[in-house]
Design a protein around this ligand. Structure first.
Ligand code: FAD
Length: 501
């Protein structure tokens, strides 16, 4: 029997497949399209690079020579004067702007190289169940020939199609963020540099993104190469209604012309056909996983693209699910506990990014208020200024389940996800009691140097060896990871009822 069937070969599907294949699991991936195929979502976050490295794809991504993104320029809200942030302000590196057709192919080829059996131009049409547990899929080729295949895990990475999610989990749409995106590509020389648009930008920032508010919503300018740009507009869902006569292209060009800066940046470039539109609704799934299945990437949730978070969330979910499956297979954790960790971590990240997006549109609309909102998302003990918080959150790092593995040594910034994983494991006071008793009475091996502390908490954290592990953490983020054997003892103690103390 297979270990995992993955539905969809986008960033979420390729990442979870590659991670599992690296760990020796048998993975079967079904993708309905032939690659390369077009996708929107071209601006990356720095934390994605770490994950690409972890699944063996970073060298190929670097070799593709995508333009380096140092940060973002915004013209938005009460002051239209453009301002800029850089990831480097907090030592958080850089990211890329990618042509998704190329990027997604690199990721999928990487998964194949690692042994994933990827079936292209096949569509999953049915989910098989055994006693209510997803146990396989039926997939068909373009001629309609059908095959059934069974597996321990069914992972839905089918993007907004939500093949499995649509049967198993209600989609909850954020009513305030129901938008429409209209976008196209331009070829030709740059008529301006970002440094001409924004006083804070330097020549090295020329491949950063520009986000500019306009009358109908906002526009993006994303350089994909020296003379190739992605330009799009996000407008309210009703804005295009009744405009079919003069067409999408006219509607799109009007939006671009409304801008002060984007229109100038593409002045000497030529628009390429086709102009495309896509639904841009923020939503989450009521349930992200259950025994035998999990939703990842856009199949799980979608956050408004204002902070360019989509691909990072997809990659992060891929790593998280690989750690969940590996932990369960190795017997490190029960399925229920590992899945509750995934649900909690994903929801915590989604809540923060959705709140940030909401504040972007409906808050005070000043630079300081976005920085302030970012600061609110980080735990109180993280010693960061408002601006630093914004930069950190925009990088993705505080939410990276790959970085969390070293959270004790890394200090407070990475404390967040570990602690958010507490839910579902008992009341905080019961956990405090357990932790104190375990650390003191059970003499946990590698926590001998930990003073039992009434505020110390037990967290589940992902580790670099692709499992989840327990850690004892103080509110200031210090503490220690537990060894696997201590984790087992802890589990036994929990299961034998210490949790009810
Ligand atoms: C307007 C807009 C702008 C955006 N900008 C950004 C940005 O700047 N940066 C960013 O990071 N993100 C951005 N995003 C989000 C980003 O596009 C997505 O979050 C990302 O593509 C999610 O990856 P995924 O792997 O979950 O899904 P996808 O990339 O959608 O991949 C899903 C795959 O599943 C396949 N599939 C579907 N149904 C089936 C089936 N029945 N059987 C088999 N295969 C199937 C599809 O063919 C597809 O290849 C933007 C989104 C929008 C709408």
């Amino acid at each position: 029997m297979l270990d995992a069937i993955v539905i969809g070969g986008g960033p979420a599907g390729s990442t979870v497949s590659a991670a599992l294949a690296r760990l020796g699991y048998d993975v079967f991936l079904v993708e309905k399209d032939a690659f390369p195929r077009h996708r929107i979502g071209e601006s990356m976050l720095p934390a994605s690079l770490d994950i690409l490295d972890a699944v063996g794809a970073l060298d190929d991504v670097l070799a593709a020579d995508f333009p380096v993104k140092r940060g973002g320029v915004y013209s938005w809200g009460k002051t239209t004067e453009p301002w800029m942030f850089r990831f480097g302000e907090r030592g958080l590196g850089t990211a890329f702007q990618v042509e998704r057709a190329k990027f997604d192919s690199i990721l999928l080829n990487n998964a194949r190289r690692l042994g994933v059996d990827a079936r292209m131009k096949h569509r999953v049409v049915e989910i098989l169940e055994d006693d209510g547990r997803a146990c396989g899929v039926v997939y068909e080729n373009e001629r309609g020939d059908r095959h059934a295949v069974r597996s321990r895990w069914i992972l839905d990475a089918s993007g907004q199609a939500r093949v499995l999610g649509s049967h198993r989990s209600t989609r909850i749409v954020n009513e305030e963020l129901r938008n429409l995106a209209v976008y196209g590509y331009w070829r030709g020389p740059r008529s301006l540099e970002l440094a001409d648009v924004c006083a804070e930008a330097q020549s090295g920032d020329r491949n950063s993104i520009l986000i500019e508010a306009c009358r109908a919503g906002w526009c993006w300018w994303i350089p994909l190469a020296e003379e190739y740009f992605s330009v799009g507009a996000i407008v309210g869902r009703d804005a295009y209604q009744g405009r079919t006569r003069d067409g999408l292209k006219a509607f799109y060009l009007e939006r671009v012309e409304e801008t002060a800066y984007v229109s100038q940046l593409v002045q000497r470039a030529v628009i390429q056909e086709p102009i495309r539109s896509v639904r841009d609704w923020s939503y989450r799934s009521e349930k992200l996983c259950a025994p035998g299945f999990a939703l990842l990437g856009d199949a799980a949730a979608f956050v408004d693209p204002i902070l360019s978070t989509g691909v990072f969330l997809a990659l992060n979910a891929g790593v998280a699910i690989a750690k969940v499956i590996n932990s369960i297979a190795l017997g490190v954790l029960s399925e229920a506990m590992a899945l509750s960790w995934y649900e909690n971590v994903y929801n915590a990240v989604y809540d923060d990014y959705a709140a940030m997006a909401q504040h972007w549109y409906f808050g005070e609309r000043t630079q300081n208020s976005w920085f302030w909102r970012a600061r609110r998302a980080l735990p109180n003990d993280v010693p960061a200024s408002f601006r630093e918080s914004f930069v950190a959150i925009s990088s993705g790092y505080p939410y990276s389940v790959h970085r969390q593995s070293v959270h004790v040594e890394m200090g407070p910034l990475t404390y967040l996800s570990g602690v958010s994983a507490l839910g579902g494991m008992g009341s905080p006071s019961a956990l405090r009691t357990i932790t104190t008793r375990l650390a003191a009475d059970l003499g946990l091996q590698n926590s001998a140097d930990i003073e039992p502390d009434p505020d110390m908490r037990l967290a589940l954290v992902p580790t670099r060896d692709w499992t989840l592990s327990f850690a004892l953490v103080r509110p200031d983020g210090t503490g220690a990871m537990l060894s696997a054997s201590d984790g087992e003892r802890l589990m036994k103690a929990l299961n034998s009822g210490v949790g009810s103390v």
